[in-house]
Structures are given as C-alpha cells and as structure tokens.
Design a binder for this molecule. Structure first.
Ligand code: BTN
Length: 245
C-alpha cells in the first residue's frame, strides 16, 4: 500500500536524515513522519562511524515515532532490524540474516555481506529509526557489502520499497509499544547469522569478550557463553572468531 504522501518528505540532500528529523521532531513534526534523502553529506552510522551512500545505489531515510513503549531501547533496535528483514523477505529477497544488534546481511559469494544498517536514536519520548539500505553494493573493497540486487530479482522503485519497509516498521512499533521485544525474540534468534557460533565482541578496537553466541535476552542484550560463564552485553561489534567458522 502506498504511504500517505503527507507523512513523507523527500529531500535531494541533507547532512543526515536522523539529525534533521530530530530537529523537525523538536519543532513539532508528528509521529509517523518519514524523511528521505537522496544524498547525505554527513550520514551517520553506529558507534560514531560515517555512513556513505549515493542516490543511485542506496535508499536512506528516517522514521519518527513519538510515545512511550514497553521495552528497552536495545530491544527496539533489534525489532527494527527484524522489521526491515521481514519487509524485504515479503518482497522476495532471499538469504537474509541479522547480525546483532541490527545489521542486515545477505549471502553473497559464499559470505555474509552487509546489506543495510539501522541507527536508532531516542530523546525523551521520541524515537528516530534511521535506515541505510544498499540497492547496489557500494565500492568498499575492504568490507563485505551487498546490494538488494544481489538477493532480489526484481527491484522496486524507491517509493514502493519505502512503503513496504515503513509498513513493517509501523506494525513493529505498535506491537513493541504493547508487548516489548520478548514475543519477537525467537524469530530474531532464528535469523541471527552467528547463533550458537564462536564469536568475538569488540569495542573501540578492544576485545570485550569471546565465547559462544547464545542469542539475546528479552531486553535485547547479547548473551555470550564465555569460559567463565554467561555474560550479557549492550554494545559492541560482533564478528565470527577467526579460524572457528
Ligand atoms: C550502521 O552503522 O550500520 C547504521 C547505519 C545507518 C545509516 C542511516 S542512513 C539514514 C539515517 N541517517 C543517518 O545519518 N544514518 C541513518
């Protein structure tokens, strides 16, 4: 179903849709507003990283929701990744996986390559969900990256793609507001790329922990079974432990 055009703003360019939408929210933009930019000049990724995108190769947008919800921010962030995956699967995308906390991967040339990222930000009762989706793989030779064209035979036009994703985000937001992350946990874990595998969690170039990935708890925290018992984590970058794949 097409999105109500009144809730969507398309910009040719802005620094970051997350930043601009937050400013708009503070100035009174309504819950449900969607801000799309063909080009971001200072797109932001997780952990302070830069997010590069281009009009031909990416769909970059943010959605604003206002109101309190039951679950934690960590759980909401995972739920947003799951909503994105479900939307693309419903359109026919194959071999999609999630990587904690909310990277979307797809299988490409025998590897799990990054297809999309989610940057969730909250202030008071405002939540901004920013999504950067590669339509074609970006030229980042040092990273395994994929585009939707790698896992979906027929690409939709951007407005139809946006409507499909925002529709799933809207449903997720309503469910999450009422029930939190717990009912989504089993589905999320079934899609987790390294569930049960030996992994390493890093932060700022430092190893936080190593162990077997046991999935997530009801609040969305990562569970690792390490030599000295199970631990939970709220932040970090996960990778498969070298040599153990
Ligand atoms: C990640 O690091 O994987 C998250 C990337 C999120 C990028 C999106 S693009 C739209 C929105 N605006 C931003 O500045 N960032 C998010």
């Amino acid at each position: 179903m097409p999105l109500n055009p009144e809730r969507v703003e398309w910009r040719a360019e802005c620094a970051s849709t997350n930043t601009l939408l937050r400013e708009q929210a503070e100035a009174g933009a309504p819950s449900g507003k969607v801000l799309v930019a063909e080009r971001q000049t200072a797109g932001r990724g997780r952990c302070g990283r830069l997010w590069l995108s281009s009009p031909e190769k990416s769909l970059t947008f943010s959605v604003l929701y206002k109101g309190k919800s039951t679950g934690t921010l960590a759980g909401l962030s995972l739920a947003a990744g799951l909503a994105l995956l479900r939307a693309l699967e419903n359109l026919g995308a194959r071999a999609l996986r999630l990587k904690w906390p909310n990277d979307l991967l797809c299988r490409k040339n025998g590897m799990d390559a990054k297809l999309a990222g989610v940057l969730m930000e909250c202030a008071g009762d405002m939540t901004i969900i920013g999504i950067g989706l590669n339509l074609k793989a970006p030229d980042l030779p040092e990273q395994a990256t994929a585009g939707l064209a790698d896992c979906l035979d027929m690409l939709l036009e951007k407005p139809a793609l946006l409507a499909a994703i925002v529709g799933e985000l809207d449903s997720m937001w309503a469910d999450f507001a009422a029930h939190g992350f717990a009912p989504l946990r089993a589905d999320w874990q079934a899609r987790h790329v390294w569930q049960g595998k030996p992994v390493r969690l890093m932060e700022d170039g430092r190893v936080l922990a190593e162990g077997r990935c046991c999935g997530v708890d009801d609040s969305g925290a990562l569970r690792l079974a390490a030599a000295d018992g199970e631990q939970t984590f709220w932040a970090g970058d996960l990778s498969l432990r070298a040599g153990d794949a």
